[in-house]
Design a protein around this ligand. Structure first.
Ligand code: NIG
Ligand code: FE
Length: 418
């Protein structure tokens, strides 16, 4: 098997900890930094991390055979995990930006037939091949910014044929592209035009027709719903998430994004793995999430781009909610693949520390997609998803903001960006 040695990094952020499961409070600050350290990789797995002399002594044969990458003066950390994206979609929506800058709200544009409806039309029109090519290019861009795993939600079909097409594109990319793609079914992303005034019938259709097929064809692991005033009510959302559970799909929820709607409370109640957005989540909802261990997936790029108030990330961490951070990459509310810039926003606009945002985009994000045992830290046995960053210490990642600090990306033991 191929061996790789990344040697003499200024700092290796292992993110190792005794905490099992998602990290909360002070544990979110423990980056497990080892100075002047090296990482040994065999095949797609991490073998060991530590001082070079130690690795040479314990693994002398393997070290001798290894291809070497000199990381002198640089930082090494786990590949970033983007745990909330609307990855597969047709078209773009730059025409909405001046409308929003002139004062139109996101919901007004959507209710007038734009927004999610516009992207649904474009996604329905696109062929499988067109969607595959477009999404593949987005994944290439993610890699350039150090993202080695992405979650991908459907939800721009809103009919079975197109939802299936989106999920199958994600599945094929999981098989063919270096980036790992983890799928979430989000048939309840909006009520499509053809069901306007007939919302309950659409919810029934998602539950009775789409969910069983998603499960049967094994097209997703998670089930998400846009619980929002004017989209799906908490009651409809509960029905959809509970139904998904009966098919083995783990609940996730777009909660309290635009108006408070007790979405955080609902997430705790249905034992969702995560509640996402939470810009206007209530104190009580935050308490309930902390008690239930529900992961808050915060998406400050969406607050930035919609010019909305930021989620109370600082408070959530202090109250004991495990927090993850993600791009929400989608053509309407957050068209960016730069998870490093999203980290910058989380620091500056949600008051999270330089350490917390790194935890929130690696191991906590991995837990939000049920991959905490496989990725998100640098430790023996885990997948060798590694970044070499062109900075001498990790604090410069948030200090020199809005820049791409990637030097090298290793995905499953292979150098994919250099
Ligand atoms: O997470 N809130 C719902 N869905 C996406 C936006 C989708 C779109 O505008 O196309 C979000 O913000
Ligand atoms: Fe989203």
């Amino acid at each position: 098997m191929d061996m790789l040695l990344i040697h003499n990094a200024n700092e290796v952020l292992t993110l190792q900890s005794d905490t099992k499961g998602p990290r909360t409070r002070e544990a979110m600050s423990h980056l497990g930094v080892i100075e002047n350290a090296s990482v040994l990789v065999e095949g797609d797995r991490i073998v060991a991390v530590g001082p070079l002399a130690e690795l040479e002594e314990r693994y002398s044969e393997k070290v001798k055979k290894a291809k070497r990458i000199d990381a002198t003066g640089k930082v090494v950390m786990p590949g970033l995990v983007d745990c909330h994206t609307h990855l597969v979609h047709g078209g773009t929506r730059e025409h909405e930006l001046n409308m929003r800058l002139a004062g139109k709200t996101y919901m007004e544009i959507m209710n007038a037939g734009g927004g999610i409806h516009y992207t649904t039309t474009k996604t329905r029109e696109a062929s499988f091949e067109e969607l595959y090519e477009k999404t593949s290019r987005h994944l290439d861009q993610f890699l350039q910014y150090g993202v080695t795993t992405v979650e991908a939600k459907s939800g721009y079909g809103l009919d079975w044929e197109t939802e299936k097409k989106q999920l199958e594109v994600a599945k094929k990319l999981q098989e063919t592209h270096p980036v790992d793609v983890v799928s979430t079914f989000m048939g309840a992303h909006a009520v499509p035009k053809e069901y306007k005034g007939n919302e309950e019938a659409f919810v029934d259709m998602v539950i009775d027709e789409m969910l069983p097929k998603v499960a049967e064809l094994k097209l997703a692991e998670f089930n998400d719903v846009f619980c929002e005033k004017g989209v799906f009510t908490p009651e409809q959302s509960r029905r959809i998430l509970e139904a998904g559970k009966r098919y083995g799909l783990i609940p996730k929820i777009h909660a309290d994004e635009i108006e408070p709607y007790e979405g955080a409370e609902l997430a705790a109640e249905v034992e969702a793995i995560s509640a996402e957005h939470l810009l206007v989540a209530s104190d009580e909802g935050i308490e309930k999430m902390a008690a239930a261990g529900t992961i808050a997936v915060l998406l400050p790029g969406t607050a930035f781009f919609l010019r909305a108030p930021f989620a109370r990330g600082r408070l959530m961490v202090d109250r004991g909610v495990p927090v993850a951070i993600s791009t929400d990459f989608n053509p309407g509310s957050s068209p960016t693949i730069s998870l490093p810039f999203i980290q910058n926003l989380a620091c500056m606009n949600m008051g999270m520390t330089m350490e917390e945002v790194l935890c929130a985009t690696t191991i906590n994000a991995a837990h939000a997609i049920n991959r905490g045992d496989e990725i998100g830290t640098i430790e023996a046995g885990k997948k060798a998803d590694l970044l070499i960053l062109n900075v001498p210490n990790y604090k410069q990642l948030q200090y020199f903001y809005g820049m791409n600090h990637i030097d090298t990306v290793v995905k499953a033991g292979e150098v994919v960006v250099e």
